[in-house]
Ligand binder design. Structure first.
Ligand SMILES: [Zn+2]
Length: 159
């Protein structure tokens, strides 16, 4: 009877090994971004301030998502889908635009211009044309200055 148990656990062990090697094989076939996203879902949310800061900058400037952030949980896909400009707003959320704007407005007052909005969009290395398109979208959605972009526009894709 003991022998039987041992044999079964050995079979299970072998089974796991096969599954593991199959996964490696599959992951070589899928695109890199898909692979990273799939792996990210199982990764914990990072908590260290230094790592969070690095992740925010990586996403903002390079558009590369390497770790999960608590902020990611705020995103509401159903809400975003209701807005005609949901794709652009989702892009800005994922690139940490609103997150950075919130940081700026926590430290400085809004001067009723797009001062920080422009600064951040430029840091994101977007073209002038793209920046102007985004500002039009903000205006249309009730964001005519930095603080209104944060309060009226970010709320269209979170919560
Ligand atoms: Zn304002």
């Amino acid at each position: 009877m003991l022998e039987g148990v041992d044999l079964m656990s050995l079979e299970e062990y072998k089974g796991e090994q096969i599954v593991e090697s199959e996964l490696v094989g599959d992951s070589e076939l899928v695109g890199e971004s898909e692979l990273i996203e799939g792996q990210l879902e199982e990764q914990p949310i990072i908590k260290k301030p230094k790592l969070i800061k690095e992740e925010v900058n990586r996403r903002l400037v390079h558009g590369i998502k390497k770790h999960n952030l608590e902020y990611d949980l705020l995103y509401n896909a159903e809400k975003a889908a209701l807005n005609k400009d949901g794709d652009v707003l989702t892009f800005l959320f994922q690139r940490m635009f609103f997150y950075r704007l919130n940081e700026k407005l926590s430290a400085y007052q809004c001067d009723h211009s797009y001062r920080f909005t422009r600064q951040i969009l430029t840091q994101m290395q977007l073209s002038r044309g793209k920046i102007n398109d985004i500002l039009e979208i903000f205006k249309k959605n009730g964001g005519v200055c930095d603080c209104e972009v944060l309060y009226n526009v970010e709320s269209l894709v979170i919560g």
